[in-house]
Structures are given as structure tokens and as C-alpha cells.
Design a protein around this ligand. Sequence first.
Ligand code: UVW
Length: 323
Amino acid sequence: MAKIDFDKIPKFSELPIKKGAPADSNWGVFGDDDEVGCVNFLTPEGIVEAAKLVSRGKVFRLDTPINYANPPLFERQPVDHIKKSFESYGLLGFDDVLNGYNTQEGSQWDGLGHVGNLAAQSYYNGVKNDAIKSTNKLGIHNWADRFIGRGVLIDAFRYRAEQGRPVNPLTDERYSLADLQAALKAQGTTLKPGSILLVRTGWMQAYLAAPAAAKAAMAPMDKLKACGIDDSREMVAWLWDSRVAAIGTDCPAVEPWPWDFKHDGALHYRTLSLLGLPLGEQFVLDPLAADCAGDGRFEFMMVSVPLHLRGGIASPPNAVAIK
Ligand code: UVW
């Protein structure tokens, strides 16, 4: 893990630093061969500081149980969980077998091989499609022991409701940068360099409360409508200039769904492909948000240990927030 001098990291307005790199990309900032992206902002010093945020020993699991969405969103396959018996060996016991496990069936970090920028025909740091397809380049394994540090929650859903401008999470409404900044201020929280930012949009709570028929109706890609955060240039400039290491939300796509795959300015491209900034989706944030509202502390230690899957495209976060 290389030491990061936060003062030497270029500002968004100074990007790109590499000749020929797309506008608004940070390619080369962490090295031409870097496969870690903004997770580089999580440092050993940051882990030590984050550990000081633990005072009550309260732990919040941030992942959905496997197969929570029935059916899974975006036509992803449900997991077939088989318990393989040891009976034939004359033993009492079982193994698990997960057939058809899509690492994005529920809570997930989108890895840097998830989407590439169409205009640049490249993934983060200029990696080409063939390298994603046939090598382990930009795999989720690069984050397997790196996703630990200070977590910050912005309860944007609560803030908007308190402002008398409630968001309906089951529509494609968006949270603006001004909403996120005002919510942070109202909470009395600051974004220090090297934070994992979690944004509660209210989607998960609304989805879980929906009847089974509504869940089935919203699962197909062309039927889903979901809130998210704005895909503006200002939004990513703020995330980068705040040295955010990753952004996780409780909605399906971080940005509102549907988003236009052909639109260069989509948040997926601006973050994953241009900045190497992980996107977290379908996180469980409601119990954590209730606790933060209760004690007025919206920061915590966060430990996320993605699957050690070489070349993996995405992973359940296997994440906990500890207060
Ligand atoms: C798509 O946007 C297609 O997937 P996800 O929201 O899981 O990143």
C-alpha cells in the first residue's frame, strides 16, 4: 500500500494529468498500472483513525441477505442454494453449493471492470475490453484487503423529508449535490480525505415495504424506476476533491434508474471508468441511519472485505459499520 500525500493529488480542475486521457479522468494519478482507483485513499493511517470512532461496540451489517430480492432486479438470476449432504460417507454434515451465483444479485460493490467508457472504449486507467475479458486486470481482488476506513453516512432521504421536499424512492427522482452538501451540514458531519461515503436514498426501505406483486413488477430492467444521486460533473468534482474513496447507496444504481447507457455523462462512466471510484448499490442503511440520528454521530469505522475473486467484476460488500 503506497503512502498517499493528499496535498499532492491534483484537483478535479487539473485533470486529466495524462496526455491523451479522457477529460475528467484521473488516469495515471495513482500510477499508469494502478488497478485500485480511489480505494487508494484508504490508508493505514486512516484505518487507525477510523478505529478511534468505535466507542460502543455496535455493529451494523450493510449487506442484504443473499436472495433478498425476489425476483432479483435487472433480471439477474436468483441463487440456488443447495446443501450437499455427507450422508454417502456415513457422516452427519453438509457443504453449501451456490448455483448460478451472480455477485450483483443484492448488495454489491461494482468493480472497475463492470463498465467501460464507450467514448474512450476503455475502462479505468485505459484498460481495454479484451484485458477485462481474458485477464484478471481491474479485478475485485485488488480491493480484497483495502476497503477499511472511516465511513460517513449522509441521510439524504431524511433530510429531504425534513425540508418538506420528500423523495419518492420508487421513481427516478434525483438527489442534487446541494442536497447532499446541505444534509451533511445539517448533520454536522464533514468529509475528511479518505472517507467511504454512504448515502441513504430511501429506496431500500420503500422496496422492502412493497407488496410481493409490486416487487415482481419492478424487477425487469425496463420496468424498474429508482431514485439516485445526480450524475453531474459537479457531483464527481466534489467527490474527487473531497478524496472520497468509494460511494455506497441503498438504491439499485447509485444514479437514478433508468440511466442512458449511451450517455457519456452517466455516473457509472464518470466514476468507475474515469475516476476508478467504486459504486455500492442496494446497501442496507436504515438501521445504521436510525442509530446515527439517535446519537447524532454519522461517522463510524467501516470494514468491507470483498470476495477474493481474482478478476472478479463485482462483489457483495461483506461490510459492517462499527460505532
Ligand atoms: C447496471 O447499471 C446495469 O448495473 P448496476 O446498477 O448493478 O451497476
